[in-house]
Design a protein around this ligand. Structure first.
Ligand SMILES: C[S@@+](CC[C@H](N)C(=O)[O-])C[C@H]1O[C@@H](n2cnc3c(N)ncnc32)[C@H](O)[C@@H]1O
Ligand code: SF4
Ligand code: SF4
Length: 305
């Protein structure tokens, strides 16, 4: 096995201005950090032989809180000119040059909006609906270059009825696509079933989602561990340089550290091999036992097929 990375997620910062109810950031991030520009270059040098086609410049933090985010995007495109950059943002800040310049290099942004007014503020504390509207008003007149602006809506039991209102909001502000993501659980030691908000949708709720929004719901079903692309060609790097297998289990022991270890050694080490082989045989190790892709598979199967 000599893994080559095609899809990478880079947590350029673990600072965040929000504490969203469905996000496990607070549980994982003890000492927030911005990756420095020098470390970024050092890391990309180590990765430059890998055929990265798509990179998500986000992790458990707000990417645009990084003071040099636009510069990181520019440097990434210098190393990987044919690769796509994706990112997500919570829209809870003033648009500055760091944002407008980054749009030159980003291929797709997900605006994270998952509820209308009170619900929006409830799940994304301490956000303000008025700040979001202000952000969208300014964004409307900003040069987007070739960047596709989409909305990523994390669905839970309590915000299903707001989807229609956010669909209208997207139309009003020229947001190109509304993507519905059923809430996941990114912790290794708990499951979606542990949370009443994210499990136990009623028949009525499922029928409502299926009949109105089937074509907007993202995800793959049926899905099982042997379908996992991360173990073949993916990687997640935290702001400290810790290399993890994927972005779905965000609380494991890292495979290694990109600043301290040889990257090909990390990507092909014994633990990685064990996780990968176990997925291929559909006999997951503890790392993958509570994988949200697997947990959501029966639900998504009902919604999508
Ligand atoms: C972790 S955030 C980082 C970027 C930025 N802070 C934001 O919220 O957009 C990346 C994306 O993951 C989504 N997200 C967070 N927790 C989630 C969960 N439990 N299930 C599914 N998506 C989640 C967010 O809504 C956001 O669109
Ligand atoms: S979802 Fe994004 S904005 Fe919310 S706490 Fe997580 S990283 Fe921060
Ligand atoms: S938890 Fe395991 S199966 Fe799930 S995405 Fe990560 S590596 Fe793949």
């Amino acid at each position: 096995m000599n893994r080559k990375i095609e899809y990478a997620s880079f947590e350029v910062t673990s600072y965040c201005n929000l504490n969203c109810s469905f996000c496990n950031r607070e549980e994982v991030i003890k000492h927030p950090k911005h990756i420095s520009v020098d470390s970024w270059i050092y890391m990309l040098e180590k990765l430059k032989s890998h055929p990265i086609r798509e990179a998500k410049l986000q992790g458990l933090g707000e990417p645009f809180m990084h003071p040099h985010f636009a510069k990181l995007c520019k440097i990434f495109k210098e190393y990987f000119p044919d690769s796509k950059i994706l990112t997500a943002t919570n829209c809870q800040y003033r648009i500055t040059e760091n944002f407008t310049s980054a749009l030159k290099y980003i291929d797709m942004i997900y605006l994270s909006i998952d509820g209308y007014k009170e619900n929006y503020e409830k799940f994304r504390k301490p956000s303000k609906w008025s700040k979001l509207i202000n952000f969208l008003e300014i964004l409307k007149n900003v040069n987007k270059y070739n960047c596709k602006i989409t909305c990523n809506y994390v669905v839970n039991k309590e915000n299903i009825m707001d989807i229609e209102k956010i669909e209208k909001l997207c139309k009003k502000y020229d947001i190109e696509e509304l993507r519905l993501n059923i809430a996941q659980n990114w912790s290794e030691n708990s499951t979606l079933k542990d949370n009443n908000n994210t499990w136990g949708y009623s028949r009525q709720e499922l029928d409502f989602l299926r009949s109105n929004y089937k074509n907007k719901i993202k995800g793959k079903a049926p899905w099982t561990w042997s379908d996992c692309f991360w173990v073949d060609k993916g990687m997640y790097v935290t702001a400290e340089g810790n290399v993890n297998v994927c972005a779905i289990n965000t609380s494991p022991e890292p495979l290694g550290n990109i600043f301290n270890n040889n990257i090909d050694g990390i990507l092909n080490n014994e633990r990685m091999k064990e996780i990968s082989m176990a997925c291929k045989k559909n006999k997951p190790t503890n790392h993958c036992l509570n994988c949200s892709y697997k947990e959501l598979s029966p639900l998504l199967d009902e919604l999508l097929n």
